[in-house]
Design a protein around this ligand. Structure first.
Ligand SMILES: [Zn+2]
Length: 239
């Protein structure tokens, strides 16, 4: 069992490397080049194991092989997070389809988390197909009713919130929460939303109190909604 988990972790790290390429590449999609594993400093493409930054951390002190510059910490975080989350999904999933649903959910949420932190945007290219995929996978598990209700309620609540806060919360957050509802169903989506709102409130309060951020600064909300969704789907037992 331990060896399988190590295998799943390594698979997660490799998938995290692919997610890193996507996170770095977005939003340059209009340039017509696909996501590539390349150094953010010198632009040199990475090949084979060079792409796995966790490996690079051990064997080249986290530096790029070509320019010797430090690769941003985010690369390591994405690989570690994807590895750990995949091991949790493997322990938590009930059957092949459920496991695949969790895997797809993680591979959508990790890039959304880091792209929202960096660009304050939640790309449609992830959320919209995500809503469809969540509905489809939930339907094949016989949970289509809860999935549709979850998507409509999650999207609807945050749509109202985005109008009420005049863009403090964006439409991207509404599409994200619709996706969370499609994957988790109504009840788990509501719990994840509550966790996200509380977490976001606490962190915003701390940032304001420490004057790291001012009242008018934008604090992206996606990472809190995503943390709530990951906790509910992988850690907290909702019954
Ligand atoms: Zn480099």
């Amino acid at each position: 069992m331990v060896w399988i988990k190590i295998g799943v972790f390594i698979l997660g790290v490799l998938l995290g490397g692919i997610l890193n390429s996507f996170i770095t590449w977005w939003p340059q999609e209009e340039e017509g080049s696909g996501p590539q594993a390349a150094c953010p400093h010198c632009g040199h493409s990475w090949y084979g194991l060079e792409k796995v930054r966790l490996w690079g951390l051990v064997f080249s002190q986290g530096r790029c092989h070509y320019c010797g510059d430090h690769v941003p910490l985010r690369y390591i975080l994405v690989e570690l997070a994807t590895g750990v989350l995949l091991v949790l999904a493997f322990s938590r999933g009930k059957g092949t389809v459920d496991m695949f649903r969790l895997l797809a959910f993680i591979l959508l949420l990790v890039p959304l988390f880091f792209i929202d932190l960096k660009h304050h945007r939640l790309p449609n290219i992830l959320t919209l197909p995500g809503i469809g995929l969540g509905l489809l996978l939930s339907a094949s598990l016989g949970q289509i009713r809860s999935s549709i209700l979850g998507a409509l309620t999650g999207g609807g609540l945050l749509f109202i919130a985005s109008i009420a806060t005049r863009g403090g919360l964006g439409m991207g957050d509404a599409k994200l929460q619709a996706m969370v509802g499609a994957f988790l169903g109504l009840k788990a989506m509501l719990i994840s939303l509550a966790i996200g709102v509380i977490l976001g409130g606490i962190v915003a309060f701390i940032l304001l109190a420490l004057q790291v951020r001012g009242r008018k600064d934008m604090i992206p909300y996606g990472p809190f909604l995503i943390t709530g969704a990951l906790l509910v789907s992988l850690v907290i037992v909702t019954g």
